[in-house]
Design a protein around this ligand. Structure first.
Ligand SMILES: [Zn+2]
Length: 264
């Protein structure tokens, strides 16, 4: 397989510490042509940039994930005393780096007990930053569809809703706004009927593939540490839904990824 473009990865995760460089050096031979490595706070952002400088097929997204408002070891909490404005100001100079092609991972999460107003304000500030810098976004929306869509309506960003979990009706609206929807391991799970209905209904040009690695390994390797090579399993699932060869799914979605992130 070739043309594997992973639009949402976290190779800075400690789960890759034992073999990160060996793995990343081997990915191109396995057909990986692009990775968007997403920061989650100011603590991992320098590592994201370092990977993007080291590996030509890597690109960087910088942002503060909503979970960083709640994790005791995240800089928002640990370094800036919970002051996300101070953290975002510290992150800001890193956007000058030429490897940065997106603002992410940003969004809203009502699955975990995170402060509702603060995460909304943080997400809004980062959408405003994306507009100011004219960059696309990679958005995390977990059990927060209504508020996420409210801010999308207001700021009209381009980019990707990663690990899309909404309805087919919402998907149609999001695609009308010019956004792409990201699909990964979750789309291969047996109970993923909704994601599969969405995939069957939306224009193929709006679909990009992702891992969210080290998490969310697809079937049949569910439960193991994920990496970009496993995207072939997602392409096989989508190929069944679209009655398309998995290689054609990879080539089409890689072109979509380059278009939405301005690499074409
Ligand atoms: Zn992520």
């Amino acid at each position: 397989m070739q043309d594997i473009f992973d639009t949402h990865a976290h190779y800075c995760s400690g789960q890759f510490n034992p073999d990160r460089d060996t793995l990343l050096a081997a990915l191109p031979q396995a057909g990986v042509v692009g990775v968007l490595e997403c920061a989650t706070h100011s603590g991992d952002a320098p590592g994201v940039l370092a990977l993007a400088h080291r590996y030509p097929y890597f690109h960087a997204a910088l942002g503060i994930h909503p979970e960083s408002l709640g994790e005791a070891d995240a800089p928002t909490v640990a370094v800036y005393g919970g002051d996300w404005r101070a953290e975002l100001a510290a992150l800001r100079p890193l956007f000058e780096d030429g490897a940065v092609i997106a603002v992410g991972e940003i969004g809203l999460d009502h699955h975990w007990p995170l402060p509702a107003r603060e995460q909304y304000e943080l997400f809004e500030a980062q959408l405003a930053l994306a507009a100011e810098l004219d960059l696309p976004v990679s958005i995390h929306d977990r059990e927060a569809h209504a508020e996420v869509y409210e801010l999308l309506r207001k700021y009209r960003p381009r980019g990707v809703l990663h690990c899309y979990s909404g309805s087919p009706e919402d998907a149609a609206w999001l695609v009308d706004q010019g956004l792409c929807l990201g699909f990964g391991g979750a789309a291969t799970y047996k109970n993923a009927k909704r994601a599969q209905r969405v995939l069957a209904a939306i224009p193929h040009q709006a679909v990009v593939l992702e891992t969210d690695c080290p998490y969310m390994s697809p079937e049949p390797v569910r439960g193991s540490r994920n990496d970009s090579r496993n995207i072939v399993h997602v392409a096989e699932k989508i190929g069944q839904l679209w009655e398309m060869d998995p290689q054609a799914v990879l080539t089409l979605t890689a072109a979509n990824a380059r278009r939405v992130f301005g690499l074409a």
